[in-house]
Design a protein around this ligand. Structure first.
Ligand SMILES: Nc1ncnc2c1ncn2[C@@H]1O[C@H](COP(=O)(O)OP(=O)(O)OP(=O)(O)O)[C@@H](O)[C@H]1O
Length: 229
């Protein structure tokens, strides 16, 4: 059952890369439908925390719980299915598949879930339209601007109707105007669908779109710096 609070929880996470301790006891809760910004200095562990919450990275200690289920209790197949169905991911440069057109990129998550091709195309076109990118359906990623790529990446993240969208510096490669447009589209669409957003950013203007901001320092949360914009 989905509760209205604490949909996604990280508790006391530790994650190292070699001798670098990226996370040292980080804990955070994400409520259903909330827009949460993870901020903090470069190297403080923001992306690592986001990827642990998204089930992409496995922490060495601590737990991530989604809708009452611990991700580390799930087998690899079950984790992958949960990620595909419940989570959407938007990264800094869109990370679209260069050989596929915009609409084909957006269809990928549905085809992985074995949706019928025609239905997947119809849904993908509808999402592109919703994100103001309908005219781009047949364009290849190499022909898109940064802002256009991010709209397509957001359509791909939202097409499965996820409960949580993870966005790591989604406007980091964009100029201010395109960045604001992308944030407005992302946040308003999430509000419409009820999806929560976990957003990594070092840009205060981007963090201002969030309902809540938590600040990381040295791999843990800095409670004294928590801000509600
Ligand atoms: N795949 C990796 N391999 C080795 N070290 C890594 C890896 N990912 C992260 N790190 C290290 O872990 C620490 C935390 O990195 P992370 O990317 O989570 O921080 P961040 O706050 O998102 O930083 P930034 O704002 O610069 O992106 C850094 O010291 C980084 O160099």
């Amino acid at each position: 059952m989905t509760t209205t609070t604490g949909l996604l929880r990280a508790h006391a996470l530790h994650k190292s890369f070699g001798r670098t301790e990226a996370l040292r006891g980080a804990s955070v809760d994400v409520a259903a439908g909330e827009v949460l910004a993870l901020t903090g200095p470069s190297g403080s562990g923001k992306s690592t925390l986001l990827l642990c919450l998204a089930g992409v990275l496995r922490p060495e200690a601590g737990s991530v719980t989604y809708d009452g289920r611990r991700l580390d209790d799930l087998g690899e197949g079950e984790r992958t299915r949960l990620r595909r169905r419940e989570f959407g991911l938007v990264l800094q440069f869109g990370q679209l598949v260069p050989e596929l057109s915009a609409v084909q990129n957006v269809m990928v998550p549905l085809l992985l879930e074995r949706h019928d091709r025609a239905a997947a195309r119809t849904a993908a076109l509808a999402w592109l339209e919703r994100l103001g990118a309908h005219g781009l359906a047949d364009a290849l990623p190499g022909d898109l601007s940064g802002g256009e790529s991010q709209r397509v990446a957001m359509a791909r993240a939202l097409v499965t109707g996820p409960a949580v969208v993870f966005a790591d510096e989604p406007t980091g490669a964009l100029d201010t105007v395109s960045g604001e447009e992308v944030m407005e589209v992302l946040v308003s669409t999430a509000r419409d669908t009820g999806a929560a957003i976990v957003l990594v950013t070092h840009d205060n203007r981007v963090a201002a779109y969030a309902d809540r901001e938590v600040v990381l320092r040295d791999g843990t949360l800095d409670p004294s710096a928590a801000v509600t914009p």
